[in-house]
Design a protein around this ligand. Structure first.
Ligand code: GTP
Ligand code: MG
Length: 205
């Protein structure tokens, strides 16, 4: 994939407005503030493609990017304590209708902060992905915050948990240092190549 060919397309607050699923789709999910926007920027070698916020809970919409022949989909973050019940319900509806729709769910990248244990919300998301058989990998974020000596053992500890939930791979990444980004790009490339070989670009769903 040519990651330098990236454009912001649009934000959607209602899933019925989403663009036709006419190409492979890579989605990014995780807690608010985990680093979704930063990771998308780093994957695409850009500073401001996706907006990075220091205030959690900013991205309450589904944001679509065109990256080469794919969509990158930045899903709204979850687990932010200060959202109202109405916002939480809106999040549920938005996410459920996104996954229920007959779209090309080529691969989902589930982001988890490498410095913290898996939260109850993360575990619920992993169970959801597993139950619905959504193909996904885990990108541990903020790897630059770990000591070098902790990196592989941390990755392995998460891997042990995540593989039990049907995850395909666990990569330790940093949007600061760029570590793990080539590995993650290779995983996305392989998923997209497989999807295109299966005729996703022409056949519709
Ligand atoms: P929402 O859209 O609000 O759900 O957040 P998000 O998941 O898109 O997170 P975002 O990319 O906006 O990053 C949140 C904060 O974490 C920002 O202050 C980033 O600078 C910081 N951050 C993201 N990735 C990294 C990383 O790899 N290393 C470090 N040290 N900080 C990071
Ligand atoms: Mg964001």
């Amino acid at each position: 994939m040519n990651y330098n060919k990236a454009d912001f397309l649009a934000s959607y607050g209602i899933s019925s407005q989403l663009p036709a699923s006419d190409r492979p789709e890579i989605s990014f999910s995780g807690r608010s503030n985990v680093g979704k926007s930063s990771l998308i920027n780093k994957l695409c070698n850009r500073k401001n493609l996706a907006r990075v916020s220091s205030t959690p809970g900013k991205t309450a919409t589904i944001n679509f990017y065109g990256v080469d022949n794919c969509y990158f989909v930045d899903l709204p973050g979850y687990g932010y304590a200060k959202v109202s019940n109405a916002d939480r319900q809106r999040w549920d509806e938005l996410i459920n209708s996104y996954f229920d729709a007959a779209r090309h769910h080529t691969l989902l990248v589930q982001l988890i902060d490498c410095r913290h244990d898996i939260s109850a919300d993360d575990a619920q998301m992993l169970r959801y992905l597993h139950y619905h058989r959504i193909p996904y990998v885990v990108a541990l974020t903020k790897g630059d915050k770990l000591k070098k000596s902790q990196m592989e053992s941390t990755r392995q500890a998460f891997e042990k948990i995540c593989l039990a939930y049907g995850c395909q791979a666990v990569v330790l990444t940093s949007a600061e240092s760029g570590s793990g980004i080539p590995e993650l790009q290779a995983i996305l490339d392989a998923a997209v190549t497989g999807a295109l070989a299966d005729g996703e670009q022409t056949d519709g769903v």
